[in-house]
Design a binder for this molecule. Sequence first.
Ligand SMILES: [Zn+2]
Length: 349
Amino acid sequence: MKERKIIYKAHVHMSMFPITRMRRYRRDLIRPLVQETHLHKEDLICPLFFDEAITAPLPISSMPGQYRYPASMAGKVAENLFSLGIRAVLLFGIPKQKDSLATSAYDPKGIVQCAVFEMKKTVPNMVVITDLCACEYTEHGHCGILEPEPNNKYELANDSSLTLMNTIAISHAQAGADMVAPSSMLDGVVGSIRDALDNSGYTKVCIMAYSSKFASALYGPFREAADSGYSFGDRKGYQAPVANRNEAYRESELDALEGADFLMVKPAGWSGDIISDICAFNIPVVAYQVSGEYAMIMAACEKGWLEEDVIMESLISLKRAGASLIITYFAEEVVKRITGCSHHDTNSQ
Ligand SMILES: [Zn+2]
């Protein structure tokens, strides 16, 4: 007779081997029944770059398969993504003119404003989210207005930069954006933008806060993509230190209190703990799989060092950590995979 071990724990009893065999769940037939996490096409947000200085798509060399587009193509790009099943996009702009006050960031005829307008005109049901910052629009490449410090140094001025962010937010809302995503990590930026939008009648425009934006080396390829390198210093003065889990929690808590509708974590793949932590606020968590994560996976797949299954694995693990939505440069690739095998997963329809 087999030895039966039973452990009583609270009111639950669990049997052990040989009665319990976890491998039973892993039979081909049973495995889909017990899958805990699913990736749906509605989970995906596709980042897009629009460049004021081009008239045709321009490949981004550090991110194979990704392009900068002219604003005139925004409608066509949105149509293509929407027909595949992608419901949301995140827009970045690369202006022709940069200056110290980021004036082109709030130009009603600016690159992002034109791209948003084109998109909403062509595909009104596409959720258009705009990255809201100054770093792509300032000649120094920092995320706001600089103020002089002792020793001939300059630092990002927090409170006067908030006024700039408010102005940019309103111009994006005027162009038709459904959601703005402040990425500067300035103190008070979420509350400041919320007030500005509400006072201008844009109460329906959502805010997706870059709450846990770590000062990471994984943003390298993005700087080529968005032409947003900086002329001096770094962004460690406002982005969160990679080593600080509690600080990320607190940043998210503050953004939640200021009225953020979505909380974002980036880089996503290295922040499963943070994603999991901030689910506590009961506000949808957005994981941003950043340019460096995309570039690493693409490079390894190109070399044959990894198989492409790693793409799905990288995204499903973010869902497992607790993310509601995922911003990924693989969005188009992945939505094709999901819909290609949709008969296995009727929930995704
Ligand atoms: Zn910035």
